[in-house]
Design a binder for this molecule. Structure first.
Ligand code: CDP
Length: 209
């Protein structure tokens, strides 16, 4: 039962780096005609600003929707900077209201990140935890970055992904972990069409009660 729904409906998509959250979330948003927020971009903006000397907490407090259009946010050094500022509790706190307001927008919303199902939207109607082996995720990210013309090595991308996962899972503030009621989706053996089909089926089940 796809199509117009005016009441809020939140789909939380969490998981480690390059697991396919973004692709799955965009596909869900298109299929169910909902808004989509890639919450990693918020941390990437703050990370990018710290690389130019801005204080991370100030950067998070001053963030606006327009900042999410910066074109340097996918760079590997920005991803690392993002995961470093993401350990700071005041940075995370400054970004909560923006995310929650988006989550409850009329017509429904898909948010992807690390702590959507656990901290930002523990009442989300649907929670997915998307994962895959580190090698598979690094290979996908390698191809994606190469496709954007960035000169990266496979080994460096794998090292970056592992470092970031480690930092994200072991921080004190909102560590990456599946919510107790999340549906696990391991995409190691799935192509993107299969992963999207599976995610759509999970959402349709929930919407039909
Ligand atoms: O695209 P990818 O999965 O590699 O990363 P991202 O989702 O853009 O997130 C970049 C970094 O932001 C992550 O490594 C996390 O440290 C942080 N992040 C977070 O702490 N909480 C979120 N809800 C989203 C991202």
């Amino acid at each position: 039962m796809a199509g117009a729904m005016n009441e809020p409906f939140t789909i939380a998509v969490d998981g480690p780096a390059a697991a396919g959250k973004g692709t799955i979330s965009r596909a869900l948003a298109a299929r169910f005609d909902m808004g989509h927020l890639d919450t990693g971009l918020l941390y990437r903006v703050v990370g990018a600003l710290t690389l130019t000397g801005v204080d991370p907490v100030e950067a998070a407090r001053g963030l606006t929707a327009k900042d999410l259009d910066r074109d340097d946010l996918r760079a590997p050094n920005v991803a690392q900077a993002a995961s470093k500022v993401a350990v700071i509790a005041q940075v995370r706190a400054a970004l909560v209201d923006f995310q929650r307001a988006f989550a409850r927008r009329s017509g429904g919303a898909v948010l992807d990140g690390r702590d959507i199902g656990t901290v930002i939207c523990p009442q989300a109607e649907v929670k997915l935890y998307v994962t895959a082996s580190a090698e598979v995720r690094a290979q996908r990210r390698f191809l994606e970055l190469r496709g954007k013309g960035l000169n990266v090595s496979r080994a460096q991308v794998l090292k970056d992904v592992r470092e970031r996962d480690d930092r994200d899972m072991n921080r004190a503030a909102a560590p990456l972990r599946p919510a107790e009621d999340a549906v696990l989706l391991d995409t190691s053996q799935l192509n993107i069409d299969m992963a999207v089909a599976h995610a759509i089926a999970v959402v349709e089940n929930k919407r039909q009660g």
